[in-house]
Design a protein around this ligand. Sequence first.
Ligand code: UD1
Length: 422
Amino acid sequence: MDKIAIRGGIPLHGDIKISGAKNAALPLMATCLLTDKPLHLVNVPKLSDIASMSELLSQLGVVVELETSPEHQTMHLCAKDLSSTTAAYDVVRKMRASVLVLGPLVARAGEAHVSLPGGCAIGTRPIDLHLKGLEALGAEITLKEGYVHAYASKGLRGATFTFPMVSVTGTENLMMAATLAKGQTRLINVAREPEVTDLAHCLNAMGAKISGMGTDSLVIEGVNQLNGTTHQVIADRIEVGTYAMAAALTGGKVRLKGARLDLVPTAASLLLQAGVSLEDEGDALLVKAPLTGLQGVDVMTEPFPGFATDLQAQWMALMSVAEGASMITETIFENRFMHVPELCRMGANITVHGSSALVRGVKGLKGAPVMATDLRASVSLVLAGLVAEGETIVSRVYHLDRGYERVEEKLRACGADIRRVR
Ligand code: UD1
C-alpha cells in the first residue's frame, strides 16, 4: 500500500495550478443520467472518486470516454440507453457521493435501486433528507437489504420541500430530480456551496429552469426533457484553502493559479487574521506567509459561505504551530477529529472537548509515522509533515488519492521534499 514520505522544513515557493473540483465534478457526472444526449465535462480532476463514479455510471449503461491532455481531462458521457437502474454495493461502498445517481435515475427511468452509501468515516452521515425530499416529489421509497428502492412510474411531480438542515448532496440530488418533475418545485434551506451553483448552471445549459442560485431557496420549473451541453468544472476551493495553508505553514510564497477569493470567503478572511497575505491577481491568488509568525485564530465550521468542514483538519495543522491558542469547533460532522491523535504524535498540543478542539500553538512539530483516517485528515498530516523536523511517513494514502490530484507533484514543484513510497 502506498505511503507518502516527507522531509519537512522547506518553505514552499512556486506556482500551483488548482484542479477542477471533485465535489462539483461528481454531481455533474450524474446529470448525464437525465438525458439521452451527450454531456461533455471539461477540467475533470484525475482522482479515484472520479474513477469510482465512472465505474458506477458505466454499470448503469452510460458510455464514458476520457480525453486526457497534460493540462486537462475532458469527460464525454452519454446515457442514450440505460441498461440498469441499480447502483450496487461494490461501487457505492467506496464513495458516499454515489447516492447522487438516485435523483436523476428515478426522474428519468421512474425507478432506482441504490445501495446505502459508505465513504469517509466521519460520522453516521444518513441520507434521510434525500429520501424525504424524493418522497415529497412523489417517489415511493422502501429500504430493503441495504438498498434504497425508489419508484415513480408516472414521473415525479413538483412540490415544496424544506430541508431541516443544510445538505450539499441532498440539495443536488433533489435539484437534479426536480428538473424533470411535472410543475414547480421549491427547495427551501438549500446548500449554497459553489458546487451546487455550478451544477445549477450546467443543468440550465441543458435546458432546465432553475432560479435562486446562491440563495437559500431554489425554484425549479420542471421540463419534459433535457439536452446535452459542454460545461467546465469550477476550481476546487478545498485545494485552494489547503495549498494556501501549506504556503502559510512553511513560511513560503505560492501562486495558486485558477484560484478565486469568492470560492473561499471565510477561509481567506481567517488567513488574513492569522497574518497571511493574499493578493488577488485576477486569474490567480498569491499567498505569502507572515514574516513574524502565524497568529492563533478561532474557527467554526459552517455551511457555505462559512468555513468549510473540509478545511478544518488543515486549519488545525496550521494552528498547531501558530502563536497563542485557537479554538476549532466542528458543527457539520460529529466524528471529524480523527487527525487529532496523529497531529499530537507529531508534537502538536491539542485537547478535544466535545465538538471543539483547543489547539495551543507549539514552537515546532517533529516528523513521525502517522496514519490517514479520512480524505481531509490525510492532507492535514501532509501539511504537518511539510513543516515538521525530520521525516514524516503518512500511511493509508488511498484516502488522499480520492480527492487530491497529483499532490506530491504539485508540492514538489514548489520545493517540498515529498515522495510516494511502497
Ligand atoms: C458534501 C461534500 C463533503 C462535505 C460536506 C459538508 C460532496 C460529494 N461531499 O457531503 O465533502 O464535507 O458536503 O460540506 O459534495 N445529513 C443528514 N441527513 C441527510 C444528509 C445529511 O442528517 O440526508 C447531515 C450529515 O450527516 C451532516 C450534515 O447533514 O451532519 C451535512 O451533510 P451533507 O451536506 O449532506 O454532506 P454531503 O453532501 O454528504
